[in-house]
Design a protein around this ligand. Structure first.
Ligand code: RI2
Length: 354
């Protein structure tokens, strides 16, 4: 599938409508384009949710395609996949989700040239991925909740459905604790987290990101999500996570990462780095104010990398692993392969080798 071998770069994410489509726009249903725009503009966000939405978009592409041959159908679905892959570069759940569906569609196309069968295979694969993803988050909640104790003071950063699942599940099974939520500049996703937890009746204190170290002595556990997990166990998550983990380590506080296994990056097994999304400087400083500061450079990386030494455990739907166990999850997903074979898998996927 060379068309899916796109590597995103370190460039700034384009805004809505600024994207130069690399595919024929006519082949992409308007609903799919809307989902792609919403992912790019962060109306749809959170690594898991954007993967599920992208997969849902592929299902729509399957349903809406008027292709009369299976080859044309495949081309239509690929066009949608390419448009979705162009949206946000860091969360590996997005390409992993897309590849899960594309692999099954390609397999069906090789098996049967019947357009209806190929369409069905795509729809079924998308439904499967979404269902598995939702189950994974529940399971992570159940597993992670066992690590939360009565009286704990937790700190979470940004807005992670996996981390929230741990916190909410612990609360639901009767554990009582307090949560510190960082506001998470510049997009303030921490406010979403605070709202969700308050709705459950969980006591929450909101702090600015910079106050994390100040409060660290009061914290018992840090619980965060992940956008990508590397083969060496490093975790890519919302900017600021690595500083929080550093402060936690200094204070002997455990850092837990809640991450579904489709956030593990197969590309990192062959030496590729997870690209860090650079978002618009508008999120940091308004255009007018920036114009009043001629010569000022502004940078807005959306994510950072927390080294495995700063992570105590990763809670996956398959169980708890130390960060050093990330390679085992990837190996299990990819099978035992030689370095030469690994290189071949560069444009392939978890799903293609399962
Ligand atoms: P779930 C988010 O990224 C945050 O970094 C969060 O920790 C991560 O995705 C995982 O979220 P963004 O989309 O998949 O807000 O656990 O940039 O919901």
């Amino acid at each position: 599938m060379p068309e899916l071998g796109i590597r995103q770069t370190d460039r700034e994410s384009p805004g809505r409508g600024q994207e130069e489509k690399t595919v024929s726009a006519t082949k992409i249903p308007v609903e799919v384009k809307r989902i792609a725009d919403d992912i790019r503009d962060m109306k749809i966000r959170g690594a898991g949710e954007l993967a599920r939405s992208a997969v849902r978009a592929l299902m729509i592409a399957c349903q809406k395609s008027s292709a009369k041959t299976s080859q044309d159908l495949l081309a239509d679905i690929r066009a949608a996949a390419v448009a979705l892959l162009e949206t946000r570069p860091t969360a590996v759940s997005l390409p992993n989700g897309i590849r899960y569906v594309m692999h099954r569609v390609s397999q069906a196309e090789q098996r049967t040239q019947e357009v209806g069968q190929v369409r069905l295979a795509g729809i079924k694969a998308a439904e499967e991925f979404i269902a598995n993803s939702n189950t994974a988050i529940e399971r992570i909640g159940e597993i992670g909740a066992r690590r939360i104790q009565d009286g704990d003071i937790l700190l979470t950063h940004c807005n992670s459905s996996a981390a929230i699942s741990v916190i909410k599940t612990a609360w639901k099974i009767g554990k009582r604790f307090h949560v510190y939520a960082t506001e998470t500049r510049p997009r303030f996703q921490g406010r979403l987290t605070a709202g969700i937890l308050l709705k459950e009746g969980i006591p929450v204190t909101m702090i600015i990101d910079d106050a994390a170290r100040h409060f660290m002595r009061e914290i018992d556990k840090v619980v965060v999500g992940a956008d990508a997990v590397s083969a060496n166990g490093a975790v890519v998550n919302k900017i600021g996570t690595s500083m929080i983990a550093l402060a936690a380590k200094e204070s002997d506080v455990n850092t837990f990462v809640a991450a579904e296994t489709y956030k593990f990056s197969p590309e990192t097994m062959i030496g590729e780095a997870v690209p860090i999304e650079q978002r618009s400087t508008d999120e940091v400083i308004g255009k007018a104010e920036l114009e009043g500061l001629p010569g000022l450079e502004v940078k807005n990386p959306s994510f950072d990398v927390t080294a495995p030494e700063y992570i105590d455990l990763i809670i996956t739907e398959r169980g708890i692993i130390p960060p050093q166990g990330a390679i085992l999850i990837l190996q299990e997903l990819m099978g035992t392969i030689t370095p030469e074979e690994l290189d071949e898998y560069k444009t392939l996927t978890l799903a293609e080798v399962d």
